[in-house]
Write a protein that binds this ligand. Structure first.
Ligand code: NAP
Length: 328
């Protein structure tokens, strides 16, 4: 398998796996105390993991201004340091937060906020441009989005961003952004347990990359939640909000999801792959446009996820076997 992919119509080349930087932002919450992070993190370990990923050929990193209320962007920027120009940095905007209390306070989809948020992200990341700038408000108003798309085109013309995208699971919304010449991707949920055929079709028709969030189903596809492993109280999976699937409040992983992971184990672990590597292999086989962005918290996870590149995509026969097992 070619270990690089092109981000849609932009011509920007990235490693076929990107690294998702939500978890390394550490703890943050909503005003009701609902955790929105993944519990405590060790910034030194996050930094070592990013640098190990660079050495293993990873050239794509996805973060957001709101992850850890600015912390993820700062950790990523510092870890990249002088190697920043070797990589493609994606971040997101649209959420409003209080950095002191690490609290999400709301959303703002105004063009004025777009500029403010971009300036703040550039500062935290220690860079002069964002390679892929993504609207983080998945359900924003499509009419407003047309205005934001044009505002993003202006930022491209000014050299502040190279390309932009919408992070949304709604193909109709993604299609509004796709009308902009420098819109080059959509970030959406996709993993072997949750397919998104309409979004893949849009990516093919509009020449967009399909940047895949939650490629490991928030850890379920690594197999380590099989014993219904307890989750730390600051971890979003310990008190999952309504949109988070696969985990139940106070009970850990959903048994029905675990049963599906178990049923897929043999086909995903073919060719000497770990389960996580098999989940990434499914995504690469799903479409030549996919770029999974697994999250990570340690050097070991970075090595395993980057190591998937060398093992390639599932075969057509294995893809058909997955569909048969899941009765799709
Ligand atoms: N646009 C959006 O609204 C949005 C939403 C969600 C995610 N995202 C992006 O997508 C990225 C990835 O999605 P995600 O964070 O939801 O989940 P994911 O990639 O499906 O799962 C990542 C988690 O699984 C565990 N893990 C990763 N590699 C592992 C390995 N090799 N072995 C064992 N465990 C491993 C880690 O958590 P533990 O060690 O704690 O289990 C890690 O944080 C995010 O970081 C973010 O950049 C964007």
């Amino acid at each position: 398998m070619d270990t690089t992919r092109t981000l849609g119509r932009s011509g920007i080349e990235v490693s076929a796996v990107g690294f998702g930087c939500w978890a390394i932002g550490g703890e943050w919450q909503d005003p009701d105390g609902q955790p929105l992070g993944w519990g405590r993190v060790d910034d030194e370990e996050s930094t070592r993991a990013i640098r190990r990923a660079l050495d293993l050929g990873v050239t794509f990193f996805d973060t957001a201004d709101v992850y850890g209320a600015g912390h993820s962007e700062r950790v990523l920027g510092r870890a990249l340091g002088r190697r920043r120009d070797e990589v493609v940095v994606a971040t997101k905007w649209g959420n409003v937060f209080d950095a002191d209390t690490r609290t999400l306070t709301g959303g703002d989809d105004s063009p004025a906020h777009l500029r403010r948020a971009l300036t703040a992200s550039l500062r935290r990341l220690g860079t002069d441009r964002i390679d892929l700038y993504q609207l983080h408000l998945a359900d924003a108003d499509p009419e407003r989005a047309a205005e934001l798309r044009d505002a993003c085109e202006e930022l491209v013309a000014e050299g502040l961003i190279r390309a932009y995208a919408w992070s949304t699971d709604d193909p109709a919304r993604a299609a509004v952004f796709a009308k902009g010449p420098h819109c080059t991707a959509v970030q959406h949920a996709l993993n072997v347990l949750t397919d998104a055929p309409e979004m893949i079709r849009l990516c093919e028709e509009a020449d967009l990359a399909s940047v895949n969030r939650s490629p490991l189903a928030m850890g379920l596809l690594t197999g380590k939640h099989a014993g219904r492993r307890p989750l730390e109280s600051g971890d979003i999976r310990s008190r999952p909000p309504a949109w988070l699937r696969g985990f139940g409040e106070g009970s850990g992983a959903d048994p029905a999801w675990l049963a599906r992971v178990d049923a897929l184990r043999d086909v995903l672990t073919s060719g000497g792959r770990t389960l996580a590597q098999g989940a990434l292999a499914w995504l690469w086989a799903r479409s030549p446009r996919t770029v999974p962005i697994p999250g990570f918290r340690s050097v070991a996870q970075a090595e395993e996820n980057a190591g998937a590149l060398g093992k390639g995509a599932l075969t057509d026969g294995q893809m058909a076997e997955v569909e048969r097992i899941l009765a799709r």
